[in-house]
Design a protein around this ligand. Structure first.
Ligand SMILES: C[S@@+](CC[C@H](N)C(=O)[O-])C[C@H]1O[C@@H](n2cnc3c(N)ncnc32)[C@H](O)[C@@H]1O
Length: 232
């Protein structure tokens, strides 16, 4: 993991990014790897409860809710959450969360999309139950590398026994860029999830864009994995 291992981003740095509009991670279109693999996530089921860790204002939430599924996200930035509901033209309510001091729940009035504004590590199945699917894009790759085992243990604790977890990662030369997003290899995934989950590589695509070149990268591969619980 090279110098990235000790890189730390605290929550205020993320909030600053939102305040300053430095949200280059946001995509205005539904993610291509989600579109290509949505059948692997949903697997023919109806009204699946889907979890979006570190959701930002991902349009993917609305796309899946419009298919009849229920979406729960966690995001620290209130600005990002409000932008999501405004940009998607969704009316919402705001309430306190009894189980998490200081947290707020933003919920669309149709009840299909709920976003908890809190530190992910304060979230648990005691707050919102278990999930039948997870879309992890810009989440494992965004957390501090030293927190990966803690993150994986939390995500596994949120999986129902039939959960299908799509995990999107990036591979590039970590000597050239400090992150985030951080380089996450298949070995890294096996290290933190391998004890609890089956891990299948679904797709691997070249993803080098101009912004990555400006970070100093000369190649970048985006990989999509399917994680399922070993009890399945
Ligand atoms: C790289 S962005 C990805 C957002 C979204 N998944 C997407 O694909 O557009 C990571 C997001 O996680 C949020 N974040 C970072 N650390 C967090 C934490 N510990 N708890 C909750 N949100 C966090 C940041 O504010 C940011 O919006």
């Amino acid at each position: 993991m090279s110098g990235q291992a000790n890189r730390l981003m605290d929550l205020s740095e993320w909030e600053n990014r939102w305040q300053e509009g430095r949200t280059g991670f946001h995509r205005s279109d539904v993610h291509n790897l989600l579109k290509d693999n949505v059948d692997k996530l949903i697997c023919g089921r109806k009204d699946v409860r889907l979890f979006f860790p570190l959701c930002g204002k991902a349009v993917d939430m609305k796309w899946l809710a419009d298919m009849g599924h229920t979406v729960v996200g966690v995001e620290i930035s209130e600005k990002g959450i409000k932008e999501f509901f405004q940009e998607q033209n969704l009316a919402y309510n705001e309430e306190a969360v009894a189980d998490i001091p200081g947290a707020k729940l933003f919920k669309s009035t149709d009840g299909k999309i709920s976003i908890y504004q809190c530190d992910l590590y304060k979230f648990s199945s005691a707050v919102a139950g278990h999930f039948g699917g997870i879309w992890d894009r810009g989440a494992l790759v965004a957390i501090n590398p030293r927190d990966r085992q803690k993150y994986a243990s939390l995500l596994v604790s949120l999986m129902s026994s039939d959960c299908r977890y799509l995990l999107d990662t990036l591979e590039y030369n970590p000597e050239l860029y400090e992150g985030p997003p951080f380089f996450v290899s298949e070995v890294d995934i096996k290290t933190v999830f391998g004890g609890s989950c089956n891990i299948d590589l679904l797709q691997s695509v070249g993803g080098l864009e101009e912004k990555h070149r400006s970070w100093g990268l000369d190649s970048l591969t985006e990989k999509l994995y399917l994680l399922t619980t070993k009890t399945q």
